[in-house]
Design a protein. Structure first.
Length: 257
């Protein structure tokens, strides 16, 4: 189990939010932590510790008045750690090359490959054509409804009709290098992991998967390691001391190693 660091950017600031609280209208979100430091501070820290495959997520939509401020923060981070970080949030076939040229190792995509709650096969093939399977991460973040985990899009605000299960993972794995999966209902709440989701991901285990959502203690890390058979990677946001939480960054690295 590897630790995958994160840099979430909202309204031009590195911050941690409650995932399910994000609303595009008015650029609103319930905040857990707002950093006084820029994106390159965190990128340099991750680089110093040899942490690869972390992700930057831009949380404002492209039409937001804050979008270019978000991109500026992202560019600082990518410039500081070229090839060490992935980026997601509003990525598509038209802008992906811009972020690869900034230094991103992978482009993370969700909403672009879904339209009206369904898989947009044309967009999926297009983004693979533009960035290459080896540079693509599909973010299959999900929320539970009627007993099933459904993939959610548009900064986790809209449900698709696509259930996240082993068959879905099999299908999408042929298009990408990795998966990033936020358990959105517990994202930013430090309330414990989604054990049912983690178990399903651990049982599948065919390409790299990074799990995010709810990690609050070493006990949660132990549970994720067990359910994921040591193969599911983890990211921690609000619970980490870098972002105002109680889990010590150095101890987390030691545990995951």
């Amino acid at each position: 189990m590897k630790f995958r660091p994160c840099i979430d950017i909202h309204n031009g600031k590195v911050k941690q939010i409650v995932g399910g609280s994000l609303v595009d209208l008015g650029n609103q979100a319930e905040e857990n932590f707002v950093s006084e430091k820029d994106g390159d501070f965190y990128a340099n820290l991750y680089k110093e510790h040899g942490l690869k495959g972390g992700h930057i997520i831009i949380l404002n939509p492209a039409g937001s008045t804050y979008y270019e401020e978000d991109v500026h923060q992202a560019s600082l981070a990518l410039g500081a750690y070229k090839g060490g970080l992935q980026i997601g949030g509003g990525m598509n076939a038209d802008n992906a090359r811009r972020f690869l040229d900034m230094g991103a190792s992978h482009i993370i995509v969700t909403s672009y490959v879904f339209k009206d709650g369904k898989i947009d096969y044309e967009h999926l093939e297009k983004i693979v054509e533009v960035v290459g399977k080896e540079h693509l991460v599909l973010d299959l973040s999900c929320r539970k409804r009627d007993g099933h985990y459904y993939i959610v899009t548009d900064r986790w605000q809209k449900f698709t009709d696509v259930v996240l299960n082993e068959e879905t993972l099999d299908y999408f794995s042929s298009f990408c290098d990795e998966f990033l999966i936020h358990a959105v209902d517990v994202e930013g709440k430090a309330s414990g992991i989604e054990t049912e989701l983690a178990a399903m991901l651990g049982n599948w285990n065919k390409i790299p998967i990074t799990y995010a959502g709810g990690v609050r203690s070493e006990e949660d890390l132990a549970m994720l390691k067990s359910l994921g058979y040591g193969k599911i990677d983890v990211t921690i946001g609000s619970a980490l001391d870098l972002f105002g939480g109680s889990m010590e960054f150095e101890r987390v690295l030691t545990y995951c190693e």
